[in-house]
Design a protein around this ligand. Structure first.
Ligand code: HSE
Length: 440
């Protein structure tokens, strides 16, 4: 029996991890598939120390792999968007199936890529693009296909979760922990993608489109990172019964779809609050199934390779009936002609509760001024704590006032914050963190 030939483009952490899993589990995979997979080509600039790829042909020209008639499936594991896009389109136009772990590529150009794949009767698998080893694409697209999905919330960036966990538990400084996450191979090439929420926005965009049957709308995702979160915020949140997690949240209502990534206070006893370190988790609510939770390693060589290779197996199982049923399992879970252009809500329209940390001069009447502004804006206070002046800080007379509010529309909160910051007694920009109640 002829083997199915795989060309791996990119031999970094995920590329080499995929090579190793394909090789180590060759027999197990053949038993599942009834066919043999063979890595026939590798495109890499050079082998790194410790990498051994037996007698596979290596080239530095990834495009030649995408064009080689002997290759059946191209693994795009190079990363980035521009060259990766050209490579994937080249592979598709040469009739090759593609598997990618590239969330930036799918979130940015997925609509075009899936269209090209449909026109060429090939499959583009991207399970590894979201939450590494957790098979979340398959869950939304197939496992929950009976449901109307109502909402999802997830910790979908391991680096950010690792940083917040270490800052919380060991009071370690942000920069120190970020460096460690980079050394461990979790962080993106540009770590601002992790800490500023861009990587999570890529993944959330994909999950939201799959859940609600829309095209991909990366440009409409609201993105806020964790670089402004201080150890004090983590401590005060804990005193109030919360953890701060960097969440991606998407939900659907009559008004539209909520699509946002930001630091979020969640109750300490919530399941997502217990997801620590580099682990990822996604909580999803469907009308029939209720809430379900998916947990696992969101980054790293072999967890991500697990998803890459599963995609290869899945597409080999499906590729023979593509001519008769081109959209047997549509790329975004809904038939391409049934995707809806549902409105994505601007962040000003979301409604949630808030944590506010306000640095003020410790003088008579300041709390009254603050509560008056909140009252005038019809913002109801849920809890308030006042901290002693920080004698180590620059302003020995400044105190932190922490306020938890009830739910209010973001545009109203923005107006109130502007008014609060205009008070003479308010000495610094106010920290505002959104709160989420997750119905588990
Ligand atoms: N930098 C990503 C993370 C890797 O930390 O989650 C997986 O996408």
């Amino acid at each position: 029996m002829q083997p199915i030939n795989i060309g791996i483009c990119g031999l970094g952490t995920v590329g080499y991890g995929s090579y190793e899993v394909l090789k180590r589990n060759q027999e197990e995979i053949s038993r599942r598939l009834g066919k043999r997979l063979c890595v026939s080509h590798i495109a890499a600039l050079a082998l790194k120390e410790g990498q051994d790829v037996d007698d596979v042909t290596i080239t530095s020209d990834a495009m030649s792999v995408a064009r080689d008639p002997a290759v059946n499936i191209v693994l795009e594991l190079i990363g980035g968007t521009e060259f990766a896009y050209d490579l994937v389109l080249e592979a598709i136009s040469n009739g090759k199936h593609v598997v990618t772990a590239n969330k930036a590529l799918i979130a940015t150009y997925g609509n075009e890529i899936f269209k090209a794949a449909r026109e060429n009767n090939v499959i583009v698998g991207y399970e590894a693009a979201v939450a590494g080893g957790i098979p979340i694409i398959k869950v939304v697209r197939e496992g929950l296909a009976a449901n109307k999905i109502n909402w999802l919330a997830g910790i979908i960036n391991g680096t950010g979760n690792y940083i917040l966990t270490e800052m919380q538990s060991k009071s370690r400084p942000f920069a120190d922990v970020l460096k460690e996450a980079q050394d461990l191979g979790y962080a993106e090439a540009d770590p601002t993608y992790d800490v500023e929420g861009i990587d999570a926005a890529h993944k959330l965009t994909i999950l939201s489109a799959l859940a609600f049957g829309t095209p991909l709308h990366l440009e409409k995702a609201y993105t806020e990172g964790i670089s402004q979160i201080t150890p004090e915020d983590l401590k005060y949140a804990s005193e109030l019964g919360y953890r701060i997690k960097h969440l991606g949240i998407s939900s659907i209502s009559e008004k539209g779809i909520d699509l946002r990534v930001h630091p979020t206070l969640i109750a300490k006893q919530a399941l997502l609050a217990k997801v620590d370190g580099v682990m990822n988790a996604i909580l999803m609510h469907g009308d029939a199934v209720g809430s379900t939770l998916y947990y696992g390693a969101g980054a790293g060589a072999e967890p991500t390779a697990s998803a890459v290779v599963a995609d290869v197996i899945d597409l080999v199982r499906r590729m023979d009936c593509l001519q008769e049923e081109p959209e047997q399992i549509p790329a975004l879970g809904f038939q391409s002609g049934s995707l809806r252009g549902t409105r994505i809500l601007p962040i000003e329209e979301i409604i949630c509760a808030y944590y506010l940390r306000i640095l003020v001069q410790d003088k008579v009447g300041v709390i009254a001024d603050i509560t008056e502004i909140l009252g005038d804006n019809e913002i109801s206070i849920d809890a308030m704590i006042q901290k002693d002046p920080d004698k180590s800080g620059q302003d020995h007379n400044a105190i932190s006032v922490i306020i938890m509010t009830h739910e209010i529309q973001e545009s109203v909160m923005n107006k109130a914050i502007t008014e609060l910051e205009a008070l003479d007694a308010v000495t610094a920009k106010i920290t505002r963190i959104r709160v989420a109640e997750l119905d588990e």
